[in-house]
Design a protein around this ligand. Structure first.
Ligand SMILES: C[S@@+](CC[C@H](N)C(=O)[O-])C[C@H]1O[C@@H](n2cnc3c(N)ncnc32)[C@H](O)[C@@H]1O
Length: 213
């Protein structure tokens, strides 16, 4: 799992974070044992952090860019009220199938609407009014996801962007992916429309809201 803190501190933090339900520890285990890209899982600390955001902001409409095997979508769905909804999208039909299998195992699965296809196309088809938008897909499109998310976000909604520290490579960007993330971070830093904070949780999490002043 991607993290900047020493493993024993990460483990201690997990031990002092709310326990996951059995079907989600199973999903994490299955993802770790069957997929060599399992480090893409957001994991228990970030997943629970997202869950608390949903609870405290009383979010009802959520958009997730990047479903993978559905872990973060499940964490957020569990915190939504019965009439809440999360739309989650991905281009990978294989992981979408695993995600769907586990959505069906959850009592909160009915709140999750899965879309298969490029995220920018899905985002173009949606109407605004999302309370939380979680961006966690291909980094090269992060700036486009960010701009469209600002249009889709409700007045007091929150955009959550994952991997904004990119293993530290944002300090000295080399390849296109490093540069895409560093460039989004600069864009956000200079954006007068918003308030934002970069948190060094896991691989870096940026929180963004419209500036209400
Ligand atoms: C880091 S993973 C998402 C992890 C997930 N949020 C979780 O916590 O378990 C990124 C996902 O983005 C998907 N992805 C990549 N390019 C995409 C695109 N253009 N549109 C939608 N999804 C895309 C990948 O297939 C992958 O499943």
């Amino acid at each position: 799992m991607l993290t900047f803190v020493p493993q024993e501190i990460e483990d201690y933090s997990i031990q002092h974070t709310s326990k996951l339900p059995g079907y989600l520890t199973d999903l994490m285990e299955l993802t770790k044992t069957t997929r060599d890209d399992s480090m893409m899982l957001s994991g228990p600390i970030e997943g629970t952090f997202l869950q608390l955001l949903v609870i405290c902001t009383r979010a009802k409409r959520i958009l997730e860019i990047g479903t993978f095997t559905g872990f973060s979508a499940q964490m957020m769905a569990a915190a939504l009220p019965k009439d809440g909804q999360i739309i989650t999208c991905d281009i990978d039909s294989e992981t979408a199938e695993i995600a769907n299998e586990y959505f069906l195992k959850s009592e909160h699965g009915f709140k999750i609407d899965q879309k298969l296809g490029p995220a920018l196309e899905t985002m173009a088809s949606l109407e605004s009014g999302f309370d939380i938008i979680f961006i966690d897909a291909d980094k090269e499109n992060y700036s486009s996801y960010y701009e469209r998310s600002l249009e889709l976000l409700s007045d007091r909604g929150m955009i959550v962007i994952d991997n904004v520290l990119w293993g530290g490579r944002v300090l000295n960007p080399q390849d296109d992916t490093d540069k895409a993330i560093a460039s989004l971070n600069e864009r956000i830093k200079n954006d007068s429309r918003i308030k934002h904070v970069m948190l060094p949780i896991r691989d870096g999490v940026m929180l963004v809201t419209h500036d209400v002043n």
